[in-house]
Design a protein around this ligand. Structure first.
Ligand SMILES: O=C(O)c1ccc[n+]([C@@H]2O[C@H](COP(=O)([O-])O)[C@@H](O)[C@H]2O)c1
Ligand SMILES: Cc1cc2nc[nH]c2cc1C
Length: 365
C-alpha cells in the first residue's frame, strides 16, 4: 500500500454514531456525564468505529523499538545499549509493559523498526528500516524515503492487528534518546523553542537538560525542517520509532479502530499523523498526561483529554495499557446499566430536553 492510498482510506468520524452513543450515555440512570472523560472516550470510539454497539474485546499494544543517533550528543541518562536490552525483555515478555498488559488482557507486539544492533531478537518482529538514525546535529536523522518506510511498517502492524480482530489498539516505543527527537518534532510543529518543549526524559541532570535544549536548537538550525511537511520533519529531526507510530495511528484510523496514545513520544507521532490526515484524530484516545513538557503541549494541540494524571513517563505503551481497564469498566456501565426509562424516572438534560427512552439493546432492566 502507498502512503496516499493509506491517507485516502481514512474517513471522517461518524457523527451519527457519536450522537447515538451520547444519547445512550444520557439515557443511563446516572448524573449527566457522570463518567466524565471516560464517556467522551467511548463516544469517540463510536465515531471511530461507526457503531453505537461498542466492543473493546481483544486488545494489543505494539512497541516500536529504534535507536537515535542524537544520543552521541550526551542528551540521555543511559546509553543506547538499553534499547536492545529492553527489546530483549519485551521479546521474552518480561519488560514493564508486558506485566501491565497481562493484567489488562492485552497482547504485546514488539517491533524492531531500526535498532542499532541489527540482529534478530527472539520474540521481536523485524521490520528494521536502518540500524539507528544518524546524529541530527550533523545532518538529517534519515532520508525521507526511510521515514516513509518506517511509517508504512507501523501502518502495516496496525492493519494486521485490526484484521486479526483486535478491537482496541495502542502503541508504545523503546528508544533511548527519543524524548529529544519528540521535543524537536514538537518545536517544529508548534513553532516553539526547545527550552519550552524539552524535559528530563528518562532522568536527565540539570546540566544534561541545558545541553539537550542546545542540541535540539542546533539540529533545528542545521536541518530547517518544513513545519507544513510532516515527513520532512520526522525524517530530519524525528526518529524511526516516531515515524512508525505515526503510521500505526494512520493504520488504526484507516481500519476504524480506536487507538490509545501513550506519552510524549506517542503524542509527537499522533500530531504528525493528524497533520498528514486530520481525520486520523477520530481514532485517538489520550491515556495519561505526559510528564515531558512537549507531551503536554501536544495533547493540548490535539484537543484530547487524558483519563490519568499520575506522573507516568515510562514509555513502552505502559500509560496506554494502564487506561485499558478503565475503558473496560466504562464499557460495562454503557452496556449493562439500567436506564432512567427502565426505572420509570423522568430525567432532563441541562438544556431542558427530556432524556429519551431505552436506547440500548441488552440493557438489564
Ligand atoms: O513516554 C514518555 O513520555 C517518556 C518519557 C520519558 C522517558 N520515556 C522512555 O525513556 C526513553 C527515552 O528517554 P530519553 O531520556 O532516553 O530520551 C524511551 O525508551 C522512552 O520509552 C518515555
Ligand atoms: C531502563 C529503561 C527502560 C525503559 N523502557 C522504556 N524506556 C526505558 C528507558 C530506560 C532507561
Amino acid at each position: 500500500m502507498e502512503l496516499e492510498e493509506l491517507l485516502a482510506a481514512i474517513t471522517p468520524a461518524d457523527k451519527e454514531a457519536m450522537e447515538g452513543c451520547r444519547k445512550n450515555w444520557d439515557a443511563i440512570a446516572k448524573p449527566i456525564n457522570g463518567l466524565g472523560n471516560l464517556e467522551v472516550m467511548l463516544v469517540q470510539v463510536a465515531g471511530a468505529t461507526g457503531k453505537t454497539d461498542l466492543s473493546l474485546g481483544a486488545k494489543a499494544v505494539a512497541v516500536f523499538c529504534a535507536d537515535n543517533g542524537v544520543v552521541a550528543q550526551g542528551v540521555t541518562q543511559t546509553g543506547q545499549e538499553v534499547t536492545l536490552a529492553v527489546a530483549q525483555a519485551l521479546g521474552e515478555g518480561r519488560s514493564s509493559v508486558c506485566h501491565m498488559a497481562r493484567v489488562a488482557g492485552a497482547q504485546v507486539v514488539p517491533v524492531d523498526v531500526g535498532m542499532l544492533a541489527h540482529a534478530p531478537v527472539p520474540g521481536v518482529r523485524d521490520l528494521s528500516v536502518r540500524p539507528g538514525t544518524a546524529d541530527m546535529t550533523k545532518g538529517p536523522a534519515m532520508s525521507r524515503e526511510e521515514a516513509q518506510a518506517a511509517l508504512m511498517a507501523g501502518a502495516q502492524i496496525a492493519m494486521e492487528l485490526a484484521d486479526q480482530g483486535i478491537a482496541l489498539l495502542a502503541a508504545g516505543e523503546m528508544g533511548i534518546g527519543n524524548t529529544t527527537t519528540a521535543a524537536a518534532v514538537t518545536s517544529v510543529l508548534l513553532d516553539l523553542p526547545a527550552s519550552v518543549t524539552a524535559g528530563r526524559g528518562a532522568g536527565l541532570s540539570d546540566a544534561g537538560l541545558v545541553r539537550k535544549v542546545t542540541v535540539i536548537q542546533r539540529a533545528l538550525m542545521l536541518n530547517q525542517p518544513d513545519r507544513k511537511d510532516p515527513l520532512d520533519v520526522v525524517s530530519k529531526v524525528g526518529g524511526l520509532d516516531i515515524a512508525a507510530m505515526t503510521g500505526f495511528y494512520l493504520g488504526a484510523a484507516a481500519r476504524k479502530r480506536p487507538v490509545l496514545l501513550d506519552g510524549a513520544i506517542a503524542c509527537a507521532a499522533a500530531l504528525l499523523a493528524v497533520r498528514l490526515c486530520p481525520n486520523a484524530r477520530k481514532a485517538m484516545l489520550a491515556s495519561h498526561r505526559p510528564s515531558e513538557p512537549c507531551g503536554q503541549l501536544l495533547l493540548q494541540e490535539l484537543g484530547l483529554k487524558p483519563v490519568l494524571d499520575a506522573g507516568l513517563h515510562l514509555g513502552e505503551g505502559t500509560g496506554a495499557v494502564a487506561a485499558m481497564p478503565l475503558l473496560d469498566m466504562a464499557l460495562s456501565v454503557y452496556q449493562n446499566m439500567t436506564t432512567f426509562d427502565h426505572m420509570g424516572i423522568e430525567a432532563y438534560q441541562p438544556d431542558g430536553r427530556a432524556v429519551s427512552g431505552p436506547a440500548l439493546t441488552g440493557v438489564a432492566p
